[in-house]
Design a protein around this ligand. Sequence first.
Ligand code: ATP
Length: 262
Amino acid sequence: MNSVTSSPILLEAVGVEKRYDKFAALAGVDLKVRAHTVHSVIGPNGAGKTTLFHMLTGTKNVSGGRIVFDGHDVTHEPDHRRVQRGMARSFQVTSLFLTLPVRENLRLAAQGTAPRHALNCWHAPLGTRSQADVVASVLARLGLERHADTPVGNLSHGQQRRLEVGMALAARPKAIFLDEPTSGMGIDDLDDMKRLIQGLKDEHTVVLIEHNMNIVMDISDTVTVMQQGRVLAEGHPHAIRSDDRVRSAYLGNMITGGKAAA
Ligand SMILES: Nc1ncnc2c1ncn2[C@@H]1O[C@H](COP(=O)(O)OP(=O)(O)OP(=O)(O)O)[C@@H](O)[C@H]1O
């Protein structure tokens, strides 16, 4: 048994549905996310990936089904309660204070006073010492130590995208949800983001929505493919890459990232 199949399930969705009037954005989704893995959710536009994230993190209510996180049924818990249980979702640049230094942004996130619901306002405040420790370790993870005192507005786009991940990390989550962390990134920044995400597995579990198939295939332990509100296929990247159903869902070679299938 490899480490992926042997690690415990941290997050499970059972028959999750989301209806908007008669339209089923999610038509009964089952998902098992194992601890300390990178689990990617992919699928064509409109497949239901973002809706599934909303259900898992509690930003919208389910119409049916069940969600269990870390042994607790969280289906009807509000998002802030799920944050308290150890879920963190990374939001885009809007959650950063552009005029404040990187360190200060992370300090506010660690303290739970940063803006918007991305951050953990319900955690007991950390002591100053351990807050500084959290900030230091997140800075190191992000590879932004040299920029700790730089105002966030002066960072490159790629550095800002990494910091968004760091803001979620500062809440010390068990699971981190990343929605297209590489969107709009130049090729030079992609490797840094890939390394960052892969490195998170030691302490966290990563649930990832990502359109860049090369990245998905490189860094995922498990890939769930969605289509029209359902799970079309799930498995190891190699198996997904050569799955005929997945290929036809993507109408061509997009799934292989332009490379021949393994
Ligand atoms: N508030 C809403 N009311 C009605 N339909 C909605 C609503 N939100 C999403 N949908 C529909 O649900 C389906 C799934 O949308 P969702 O955003 O989850 O897809 P996605 O896989 O994340 O797509 P993309 O890759 O384009 O972001 C789409 O058909 C979308 O139009």
